[in-house]
Design a protein. Structure first.
Length: 252
């Protein structure tokens, strides 16, 4: 294997954005001829990006474009679930064209596909592009089911050994992280497992590789969890309201 050559960041970002537009041409009004022409050019661009990272750059680019239809079907299911989950959304096209959560999950699914070929650097470059663009930080090695709904999204962090099931909703500021950042634990499961049909509300933090959030559970905003909870649980902070009398005020 030759020495690794880090791909040009701008070329990576341009290629990923062009791939997004190719998969969802309704957001850019491309003609059928343009889609066919762009498809071959993008395959060539991806092969070039991969050429400094693997000796199998052409084969991997071909495999991705062979499977791109199946990846699109998964992403459409994500978009439909985001639409169903958000009463403010006016249609699927709005989700695809404008929602940062959809773009972040698109980047993740492309990056995760490439992880399976043991491609160094590039998968992380792709998800870091999404991180820069949306504020959503998803490690490409995380296992994320389908569909998933990411609403608002800014500040979400999903670690590399996290496992997320199907029909999960995640709101802004959620962290699925590790209890320890010790380098000796790099090969162990450090991030939590989220089972099917779970809602993670804004600002909740769930830590630890042994932490499992049981299916059909709801985790409230700003909750901190480091232990597993059973299916069909609801976890939230109890708010306390203290009523003051006007006479309790101190005049300076």
């Amino acid at each position: 294997m030759p020495e690794l050559i880090i791909p040009n960041y701008r070329l990576v970002e341009k290629t990923i954005k062009s791939l997004f537009n190719l998969l969802f041409p309704e957001t850019r009004l491309f003609s059928d001829d343009e889609i066919e022409t762009n498809s071959q050019k993008l395959q060539d661009d991806l092969s070039f990006v991969l050429s400094g990272l693997t000796v199998n750059s052409e084969e991997i680019a071909q495999e991705l474009f062979k499977d791109i239809g199946a990846i699109k079907e998964v992403l459409i299911k994500d978009a439909d679930y985001m639409y169903e989950s958000d009463p403010a959304a006016t249609g699927q096209i709005e989700i695809m064209a404008l929602y940062p959560g959809f773009f972040a999950i698109f980047c993740y699914r492309i990056a995760h596909y490439l992880i399976n070929f043991n491609i160094p650097l590039l998968p992380r470059m792709i998800t870091e592009y999404a991180h820069k663009h949306t504020g959503i930080d998803i490690h490409p090695a995380a296992e994320i089911g389908n569909p998933i709904a990411i609403d608002h999204g800014t500040g979400i962090v999903i670690g590399g050994t996290a496992i997320i099931g199907n029909y999960v909703k995640i709101y802004q500021g959620v962290t699925l992280g590790a209890l320890s950042v010790d380098k000796s634990k790099a090969s162990t499961k450090r991030h939590p497992t989220i089972e099917d049909n779970v809602i993670l509300y804004a600002g909740c933090t769930i830590l630890g590789g042994k932490t499992v959030i049981g299916n059909n559970s709801v985790i409230g905003g700003n909750v901190w969890l480091t232990k597993s909870i059973a299916p069909f649980s609801t976890v939230y902070h109890k708010s306390e309201i203290i009523m003051r009398n006007a006479n309790d005020s101190t005049n300076e």
